[in-house]
Design a protein around this ligand. Sequence first.
Ligand code: SF4
Length: 313
Amino acid sequence: MKIGIPRGFLYYKYHVLWETFFEELGIDYIVSPKTNKDIIRKGTMQAIDEACLPSKIFMGHVDYLIPKCDYLFIPRIASLGTNKDIVCSKFQAIYDVVNNTYRDKNLKILYYSIDVENKDTELKAFLKMGKFLGKNKAQILKAYYIAKQAEKTAKMIDLNNQKLLLASSNLKILVVAHPYNINDEFIGKPLQDILHELDCEVILASIVDEKKARERAKNISRTLPWTFNKELVGAIDIYKDQVDGIILVSSFPCGPDSLVNEMVIRRFKEKPIISLVLDGQEGTAGLETRLESFVDIIKIQKEEKEEVTNGSI
Ligand code: SF4
């Protein structure tokens, strides 16, 4: 049996957990390639016009995998906490969206379902999925705990690498974006490349102690319902004193991000901040211009502050 893992959405958050779990159970899997023009084109054809760009990209990855695997892996997440910690409804709906879109293809989907609000925890979900894969409880628990440890180690490595970037003397820009946006080859990678060309260190809000970030998000808003947005907003509170500017990045058209980013822009006045909406259209000329002028403004403000501190003004 070969499992197909679409390189989209939650893949960027959970791929170490998923891949290690399957490897430990001896299950063969394939991950779709980095997003390319063909994947975008196919995803756009399959998705409805109103779907957000990451949903379209996800559908493109699904389309790529269908002829290459026996089961498509599409987890479902409704809630990750008992305190009204919901996630964007797309993560609950995508299983059904894929199933309906390809209803004539007799698709087989492997999934797990997390709804902590209704006592369906991650562990329970993995136990059910492992059982479906024909494994016994001891095998599943062993694979799950090894996968959790691998996930923890990978997060620590990312955090340590980010610590090194934060110690750099270059300009540091905090990029606040979901991992599936900022790490996607088509959406976020060009933005990261431009910032690197401008000699900036890119600090990712998605690389953060998630539990701590959810707590710190309360310093900016106490009423945010979406767990993943809470983590990003909390990361702003955690990193704000260590960076020179902040870029809020969302992809078109995203309801949760447009609401949250507007709220952050209104409430957060401590550092230069801009909000960018990426639509995946070809060409980065407009993006380059906006990023260049943002970085120039930060540099000028920084120089002026240093002159005041040094007493030359
Ligand atoms: S949060 Fe926005 S970009 Fe992410 S899945 Fe939901 S609508 Fe799409």
